[in-house]
Design a protein around this ligand. Structure first.
Ligand SMILES: [Fe+2]
Ligand SMILES: [Fe+2]
Length: 401
């Protein structure tokens, strides 16, 4: 069973189609998980699982000493902690992020997370721990450039309607290497508690398919928006970046808010223009990296469409980023750009707008009648994207090779 099948089985078990039987140890751990589920505020999940490693995050209800045990299915012989400057982060820490590097891309790795609540902290001698609890044993995914293929489900603008994710998955076999949310998934993160609750719902729908969040303008709003990054292990702490999954080089861009920084709505708290300029410079470097140049396919993920319709050409809607990056994109052999934001779906074939020598797919909105999902598949020289209505009807498709 390959990694994608392992992850897909998790979804099937949700639908009652089959049960994931990992091992006797996993079954035992699953029993434990009934209690464990009540002790993690946010159950462990995986982030940044490329470049030879994976990051495992979770939130505990109270400060805890957390470890990840990982290794082959029946032998989780390795242990990792969240360590900073020689200290295991436990005192005062409920948001945990543990990075594991040097994973074998060919080996199937499993992991579980164990936590010891720090019930009493003393700076020197005498800290005390409550009873340990642990997650169940799960497959640890890893995206690698050596993978022959990559398959992703793409959604956007669900605006907290996580049931749409369930509806989309129900139309598929559930076997994906990643689930991509192209923005406006977590609507105006209002508080830590509510944001965690929203993330919990998303993760419950996806089961073990890791979720990649591309930030949309609504992830930039809400009192907790400026701490949303604490729940994702982002390269260099930025919501933009690049990674390779099989034959695809993914470029993630973050256009921030959809109006100029000095718009009265932002109460003098927006400074996105500087951030966009920074990304434009980063993109120029990225397209010259060997990982980009050698990739068979290049897919850009950006919430606000670079183009949508003719009227859009004259609107502001974040076009300062478009103006900065279009020359780079035009010259770099981009295959696809996947977006959202408009709440109206559209496939914009290459050549529709000036310099647009790649196809653009814009997904729909949060209402059932406009909601969409996309399936991105790459195998060797072949790349395909199918955009569907939430009831499964095919709306538009792209094929290369
Ligand atoms: Fe939206
Ligand atoms: Fe949006």
């Amino acid at each position: 069973m390959n990694r994608r099948e392992m992850l897909g089985e998790g979804i099937c078990s949700l639908a009652g189609l089959s049960l994931l039987k990992m091992s006797a140890r996993a079954d035992e751990a699953a029993d434990d998980a009934t209690t464990a589920a009540t002790q993690f505020e946010l159950e462990p999940y995986v982030n940044r699982y490329w470049d030879g490693g994976a990051s495992i995050l979770c939130v505990t209800k109270s400060p805890a000493r957390v470890r990840v045990e990982y290794g082959p299915q029946n032998d989780l012989k390795h242990t990792a902690y969240d360590i900073r400057n020689g200290m295991i982060l436990a005192a005062g820490v409920t948001r945990h992020c543990i990075r594991i590097d040097n994973l074998d891309p060919k080996g199937d790795t499993y992991y579980r997370v164990a936590a010891e609540p720090l019930t009493k902290f003393k700076t020197y001698y005498g800290s005390e721990y409550g009873p340990e609890f642990a997650s169940d044993i799960r497959p640890l995914p890893l995206l690698a450039a050596t993978d022959k293929s990559c398959r992703a489900i793409v959604m956007n603008d669900t605006h907290n309607r996580d049931a749409l994710i369930g509806s989309a998955l129900a139309q598929t076999d559930g076997k994906f290497d990643l689930a991509i949310g192209v923005g406006d998934i977590i609507n105006d993160p209002p508080s830590e508690e509510r944001t965690i609750s929203l993330m919990r719902n998303i993760h419950a729908r996806l089961r073990d398919i890791p979720f990649l969040l591309v930030r949309g303008n609504h992830e930039c709003r809400g009192e907790y928006a400026n701490r949303l990054d604490k729940h994702y292990d982002l390269p260099d702490g930025k919501f933009y970046g690049a990674f390779t999954a099989g034959p695809i080089r993914f470029i993630i861009l973050d256009d921030g808010e959809d109006k100029p920084d000095d718009n009265v709505s932002y109460s003098r708290l927006a400074m996105f223009e500087q951030y966009r300029a920074e990304q434009a410079e980063w993109l120029k470097r990225e397209v010259n990296r060997p990982e980009f140049k050698q990739a068979a396919h290049r897919v850009v993920l950006i919430h606000i469409p670079l183009y949508f319709d003719e009227s859009d050409l004259n609107k502001w809607t974040c076009h300062t980023l478009r103006e900065r990056i279009m020359p780079t994109l035009t010259e770099s052999g981009i295959d696809l750009v996947l977006s959202g934001h408009t709440h109206r779906s559209r496939h914009i074939a290459a050549g529709t707008f000036p310099g647009q020598n790649f196809d653009i797919f814009v997904g729909g909105g949060p209402k059932s009648e406009s909601a969409t999902y996309g399936i991105l598949e790459a195998e060797g020289d072949r790349l395909a994207y199918h955009m569907h209505a939430i009831d499964g009807r095919l709306l538009a498709e792209y094929r290369k090779g």
